[in-house]
Design a protein around this ligand. Structure first.
Ligand code: GTP
Ligand code: MG
Length: 234
């Protein structure tokens, strides 16, 4: 069955071509990629177009300005859903944090689940090359969010995921509120509330290979506020 990986990009010129190459090297059958670029100033969009010209399994969405990860994913999901052949729809960062070698395991687990989450917080999972501070923040964020939302999921903030198309079809993507970091929590929480079967698979998360991190304390605090809203104002 056909799979499609959505790769959101903002200034990933050093990473994109190498990552796309590595993804196809795994040899997964009937695999497609949709790159969603928000008019990256570093020219990532042009690199994406070049890749699409050489490989008909690659498509590119160009958005006029940076609007955050969530909006980029929603655009990618809609394009993926518009083609009824796409059954497994992946989220993956385009900075080598999410290693393509795990894709076959995601697909295997997706046969018996509605959503498969890459998890850093279960046996076999982990984080490489993060400072102790960022590791601690990530751990704390997951503990607090898990407790607040009351869900048994160990890694709610990760962004390496596989959705079966019927889940995304039922999530009402136009009502997704988070544009940034919180997007991952919001979508998984909504899938959980609808009773979908969510399975976690271990991944070792790598620090981005090149380029700059967009993570900040402001993003983190904004995220915490939005989790409170998600829990108490719905
Ligand atoms: N299209 C689009 N992609 C984005 C946007 N913000 C981030 N991305 C991409 O989304 C993926 C994850 O974002 P990152 O910047 O790696 O964020 P992070 O993983 O939380 O933090 P670092 O890895 O430390 O930078 C990467 O492929 C980014 O290029 C955006 O506004 N629009
Ligand atoms: Mg990253």
């Amino acid at each position: 069955m056909r799979s499609v990986i959505i790769l959101p990009t903002y200034n990933e010129k050093e990473n994109l071509a190498g990552l796309v190459h590595d993804i196809f090297s795994i040899g997964i059958k009937d695999l497609h990629i949709i790159i969603v670029d928000d008019n990256s100033p570093d020219g990532t969009g042009r690199i994406a177009d070049g890749l699409a010209t050489k490989n008909s399994n690659i498509q590119v969405i160009h958005r006029s300005k940076k609007e955050g990860l969530g909006k980029a994913y929603v655009a990618g999901f809609k394009k993926a859903l518009a083609d009824s052949r796409n059954q497994y729809i992946f989220e993956m960062d385009a900075d080598f944090s999410h290693q393509p070698k795990y894709l076959p395991n995601f697909l295997e687990k997706a046969r018996q689940a509605d959503v498969v989450l890459g998890s850093r917080n279960i046996p076999g999972g982990g984080i490489e090359n993060w400072s102790w501070l960022r590791r601690f923040i990530s751990w704390l964020a997951n503990v607090v969010v898990r407790w607040l939302l009351g869900v048994p999921i160990k890694d709610l903030t990760g962004g390496y995921k596989c959705w079966q198309r019927h889940v995304l079809e039922q999530l009402n993507l136009d009502q997704v509120e988070s544009s940034g970091y919180n997007f991952q929590i919001e979508l998984t929480y909504k899938a959980y509330c609808k009773g979908f079967k969510i399975v976690e698979v271990p991944i070792v998360f790598m620090e981005r290979r090149a380029g700059h991190s967009k993570f900040s304390l402001v993003i983190m605090l904004e995220s915490f506020w939005k989790v409170l809203k998600l829990r108490f104002l719905k």
